[in-house]
Design a protein around this ligand. Structure first.
Ligand code: TYD
Length: 145
């Protein structure tokens, strides 16, 4: 599959998916190990009905890669790779952000209709989580040493 457009930021890559469509609506197709999803997809999950003012995440992953797409509505994501901190708004079903491993994330300001889909490169593993920010900083310092 071709025709996706990638934009690199400090802590993430934005991937604009090709939209197939016409008068009868729009369709986005995602395939694993492709331009849009550069890893094997072992897991898909989605987050929805997040109440007003709630914040989720507050962790990094040791080895997991993820692609996040707001299928409907919008939300904000704070990303931190230990060196740079940025926020991104996800608000289009044809835009995904690719997070490499070892990026701290916090998700907030979910609209009532937000459905945030996540494609993940590994099965669920609590051991892959780093939930302590100081531990996260130590991990990335080691990586960049
Ligand atoms: P968590 O990763 O803490 O969510 P968030 O980062 O959005 O705050 O997961 C919330 C709960 O869901 C937790 O009890 C673990 C469970 N869970 C699974 O069982 N499988 C999964 O793939 C994920 C992502 C979470």
């Amino acid at each position: 599959m071709t025709n996706s457009i990638k934009t690199q930021s400090y802590t993430y890559t934005t991937i604009e998916f090709k939209v197939h469509g016409g008068r009868d609506g729009a369709l986005v197709a995602l395939e694993e190990e492709s331009e849009q999803v550069p890893f094997n997809v072992k897991r898909v999950y989605y987050i929805f009905k997040v109440g007003e003012g709630l914040r989720r995440g507050f962790h990094a992953h040791k080895n997991l890669k993820q692609l996040l797409v707001a299928l409907s509505g919008h939300c904000n994501i704070l990303l931190d790779n230990g060196k740079f901190r940025e926020t991104v708004t996800l608000n289009q079903p044809n835009i995904g952000i690719l997070l490499e491993k070892q990026v701290w994330r916090e998700m907030y300001d979910f609209s009532e209709d937000c459905v945030l889909m996540v494609l993940a490169s590994e099965h669920y593993s609590p051991k892959d989580y780093v939930k302590d920010y100081k531990e996260f900083k130590k991990m990335v310092l080691k990586k960049n040493a």
